[in-house]
Design a protein around this ligand. Structure first.
Ligand code: MCA
Ligand code: AMP
Length: 484
């Protein structure tokens, strides 16, 4: 394996640093392709330098997170300039966008202007060329502020340092033998950790090419396997489940080196189906926006269906019970997974209380995931500790945020949002509503104006009352098919 030496922390400055960002593959075909648009490393560098020249000194910049080459150029420009980048979901509703922009303190908008923000827009043109340079930012500086849902309240901004990003990418490169020879293929959103940090910055740091398919469809993955000689493929379980249902596309992936699944539980049936159809048993990895990827199956380890792997280099994990008591790593006992190490975020922007609550008194991050660990240090994720955290198609959605949007409708008196089991999405968002004369279609339209597409309920069920316990607390587990 070739050593991974290209330091994201060293972006910017003189030519040597530029080589560290651009990697050894400089000049050898496109570094990054998104759909039909591509740039080689020299082009990416100088287009991003033009962006850096316009934003240097800004407190933070918001980037419209559409799946385009401009988004990649904008993000790299922010990193070059040492300005924290705030990716804004491409499918966000105007109110959500406004919250992210205000909360993050972003001073400029990079990419196509959108409703819900009046920030000065900075043009981003992949065809532009500049040799602008800035001094290398310290490794403790923020690289990204990623907005993510909690069980209640509006999304919070997780501040990720350059050091955390670099540490995570190096640990993953080590686990997966990821080298500049690996053509990475995926079509995941460019406003979350999976698609942006692993899927874009990972390829840039390792020095290998990226082919982004815009949408993660089985046919697009198959085409990239055949035409682009894709070797490393990323997907959420919904993507792999769709690949299994498309045998011709699955077969086209047989020449790949490694398929990786993450962001949500991979059903055994999908792992088995993928092996039968493509010859590949995917490796799984587990993480969170706040911690980046902390646990992964190594490329050279025997596959274990249902297990997500071992702690990455630089990370430690432990299991704790409800009252903080140790839970044995016996392969059976379930406890809350807690992690510590180099890849963790710095905290939620401007939310000292929420940040403090996320850590134990002795310095471990509480993931909120229930897990099992065995004597070899392998982990199995048993589910979320809270029914209010939903994973749909790999997107994390806090029930409270959706409930708050629904409760804004005048006809809705009570709302309970749950994730119900779904073959395609893992969980499907369903809203139970109580009120007078509720028109489900009108309520959905109302929610549509306030929530990003993937947070909208797929279904609304109007009920006379919500099940409550003696204390008056809604019993979500009693709502049809809810689990978590
Ligand atoms: C979607 N649609 C909807 C709704 N949701 N319409 C009405 N109500 C809704 N609630 C629309 C879509 O816009 C789309 O329309 C059409 O319905 C099909 O949607 P869907 O079935 O969702 O398919 P999809 O749009 O193809 O989405 C499936 C997907 C997507 C591609 C798997 O869920 C996805 O990209 N997931 C990745 C999420 C992710 O990256 N998570 C990582 C978080 P139209 O066709 O017109 O557009 S980071 C993380 O978790 C950590 C760190 C980690 O471990 O990775
Ligand atoms: P997000 O912050 O959007 O990245 O979501 C993080 C959550 O995704 C974790 O807390 C887990 O609940 C879930 N998750 C990520 N990877 C996996 C995995 N491989 N298996 C099961 N759940 C996962």
């Amino acid at each position: 394996m070739r050593p991974v030496v290209y330091l994201l922390a060293a972006i910017g400055g003189d030519g040597r640093e530029r080589d560290m960002l651009l990697g050894a593959g400089a000049g050898e075909g496109p570094a990054v392709r998104v759909g039909d648009e591509g740039l080689d490393r020299e082009g990416l560098w100088s287009a991003a330098a033009a962006v850096a020249g316009r934003i240097t000194g800004a407190r933070a910049v918001a980037v419209h997170g559409e799946a385009s080459l401009s988004t990649v150029v904008a993000v790299v420009g922010g990193l070059l300039a040492g300005v924290p980048v705030v990716p804004v979901p491409a499918d966000a509703a105007a109110a959500e966008r406004r919250h992210i922009v205000r909360d993050s303190g972003a001073e400029l908008w990079l990419g196509t202007p959108q409703e819900g923000t009046d920030l000065p827009a900075v043009p981003v043109d992949p065809a532009e060329r500049s040799s602008h340079t800035v001094p290398e930012p310290p490794s403790e500086a923020a690289a990204l502020v990623m907005y993510t849902s909690g069980t209640t309240g509006p999304p919070k901004g997780a501040v990720l340092s350059r050091r955390a990003v670099a540490a995570d990418l190096d640990a993953l490169a080590d686990a997966w033998d990821w080298t500049p020879d690996d053509v990475l293929v995926h079509g995941l959103p460019l406003f979350h950790v999976h698609g942006l940090v692993l899927g874009v910055l990972g390829a840039l740091r390792v020095g290998g090419p990226l082919v982004h398919t815009v949408r993660p469809s089985p046919a697009a993955y198959a085409a990239a396997a055949e035409k682009e000689k894709g070797r490393l493929f990323f997907g959420v379980p919904t993507v792999w489940s769709r690949v299994v249902r498309d045998p011709a596309s699955a077969r086209a992936l047989s020449g790949a080196r490694l398929l990786v699944s993450g962001s949500a539980p991979l059903p055994d049936t999908v792992a088995d189906g993928l092996r039968a159809a493509s010859g590949h048993h995917p490796v799984e990895r587990y993480g969170m926006t706040e911690t980046l990827i902390t646990v992964a199956a190594r490329a050279d380890a025997p596959r274990r269906t249902g297990w997500v792997g071992t702690a990455l280099a630089g990370l430690e994990t432990r299991l704790r019970g409800e009252h903080g008591e140790p839970v044995p790593s016996d392969g059976e006992s379930i406890g809350e997974l807690q992690v510590r190490g180099a890849t963790l975020f710095d905290g939620y922007l401007g939310l000292a209380g929420a940040t403090a609550a996320a850590w134990t008194d002795d310095g471990w991050f509480r993931t909120g995931d229930a897990a099992v660990r065995d004597t070899d240090g392998w982990h199995r994720i048993a589910g979320r500790m809270s029914v209010d955290m939903i994973k749909t198609g790999g997107y994390r959605v806090g029930a409270g945020e959706v409930e708050a949007a629904l409760l804004g409708h005048p006809a809705v008196r009570e709302a309970a949002v749950v994730g119900e089991a779904d073959d395609d999405l893992g969980q499907r968002i369903v809203a139970y509503l109580v009120g007078e004369g509720i028109d489900p279609g009108a309520v959905l339209d109302f929610a549509t104006a306030r929530l990003s597409v993937h947070k909208r309920p797929r279904e609304v069920r109007v009920v006379d009352a919500l099940p409550r316990n003696a204390m008056g607390k809604v019993q979500k587990k009693l709502l049809g098919g809810a689990h978590g």
